[in-house]
Design a protein around this ligand. Structure first.
Ligand code: NAP
Length: 250
C-alpha cells in the first residue's frame, strides 16, 4: 500500500496519477491526518504501507519523525516522499524531496546552459513554504538567482510584498507562485503583486494545477506573460517517488 499524507486531500490529483500508471496493481490511499503526531500510530496500524507522499501542511512538520534524511531534504528542510523499511516491530522512515527533481524536469527549458546569456538569470518565488524552498534550490543549482517574497520578514534574503517594486518585477523575468492562493476551491485568490509590471518577456509559473488556469496565471497572461501551471511538475515528482518506492526502474 502507498498513499498521500496531508490534511485536506479531497482535491488532490496524486491518486489519479498513481491509478493512471498502476491501475489496481497497488493500493493507493489518501491519508488525512488531523495532526502529524498521529503518524506513528497510522504506520503501526497499517503494516502494509510501504511508502507515502507528503503534502500541505506536513512537509516540514514531518522532519522530526524521519530517521534518515537525504542531502536535498537536509538543505531545504522539506520532505515530500517517505520510504518505510520495516524490521519486526520497528519502522525506519527515509525522507526525500522529489519536488526539486519535479520542478527541474517539468520546466527544464528554464534552465539553459548559460541563463545569463538569455537574460533569465533572476527569479522571484512567492511564498516561503516547502515548495518555495524546493524551487529556490532548483534555481540555485542551475545558476539562477531566486528571491523569496513573503508576508513576513524572517531574514534579510526575503523581501516583503510591500517591497516588491516595479523595477524588481522588471528585473526578475521568472515569477513562481509557490503559495496556495488560487487553489481550488478558493479560485478567486491570487498573490498581491503589481501585475501591470509584468510583460511579454515574463514567465509566470504557478505550482498549483487545480484549476488549470489560476487567477495568478490569468492576471499574468493578461499582461503578456507566458504562463504554465504545476501539473507537469506534479507528474514528474510522482515519477521520482515511484522510483524511490521501487515501483518503476526508470
Ligand atoms: P505551504 O508550506 O503551505 O506554504 C505556502 C506558502 O504560501 C507559505 O509559506 C506562505 O508564505 C504562503 N501563503 C500561505 N497562505 C498565504 C496567504 N493567505 N497569503 C499570502 N501567502 C500565503 O505550501 P507548499 O507545500 O509550499 O505548497 C505551496 C503550493 O504549491 C500549493 O498550492 C501546493 O499545492 C503547490 N505545490 C505543487 C506541487 C506540484 O507538484 N505541482 C508540489 C508542491 C507544492 P509566507 O508566510 O512567507 O507569506
Amino acid at each position: 500500500m502507498y498513499g498521500l499524507i496531508g490534511k485536506k486531500l479531497k482535491h488532490s490529483f496524486s491518486e489519479k496519477i498513481f491509478k493512471e500508471k498502476f491501475g489496481d496493481k497497488f493500493q493507493f490511499e489518501l491519508i488525512e491526518l488531523e495532526s502529524i503526531d498521529k503518524l506513528h500510530d497510522f504506520i503501526a496500524n497499517h503494516p502494509q504501507l510501504k511508502g507515502f507522499s507528503v503534502t500541505i501542511p506536513y512537509k516540514k512538520e514531518i522532519i522530526p519523525f524521519i530517521n534518515i534524511l537525504d542531502d536535498v531534504t537536509k538543505k531545504i528542510s522539506a520532505v515530500n516522499t517517505v520510504l518505510i523499511s520495516r524490521n519486526k516491530n520497528e519502522s525506519i522512515l527515509s525522507g526525500y524531496n522529489t519536488d526539486v527533481y519535479g520542478f527541474i524536469s517539468a520546466y527544464k527549458k528554464l534552465f539553459p546552459v548559460n541563463p545569463k546569456a538569455v537574460g533569465c538569470n533572476n527569479a522571484l518565488i512567492l511564498g516561503t513554504g516547502g515548495a518555495a524552498y524546493a524551487v529556490k534550490y532548483a534555481f540555485n543549482i542551475n545558476g539562477i538567482n531566486a528571491t523569496m517574497v513573503s508576508r513576513f520578514k524572517t531574514n534579510d534574503e526575503i523581501i516583503l510584498y510591500s517591497e516588491l517594486s516595479d523595477d524588481i518585477i522588471t528585473n526578475n523575468k521568472i515569477i513562481v507562485n509557490a503559495t496556495p492562493l488560487g487553489m481550488f476551491p478558493n479560485i478567486n485568490l491570487y498573490p498581491n503583486i503589481n501585475y501591470k509590471a509584468i510583460t511579454n518577456r515574463h514567465l509566470a509559473i504557478d505550482l498549483t494545477y487545480n484549476p488549470e488556469i489560476t487567477m495568478f496565471m490569468h492576471k499574468s497572461k493578461e499582461n503578456g506573460a507566458n504562463v504554465v501551471n504545476g501539473y507537469e511538475m506534479l507528474k514528474q515528482q510522482a515519477i521520482k517517488a515511484w522510483k524511490i518506492w521501487g515501483l518503476i526502474n526508470k
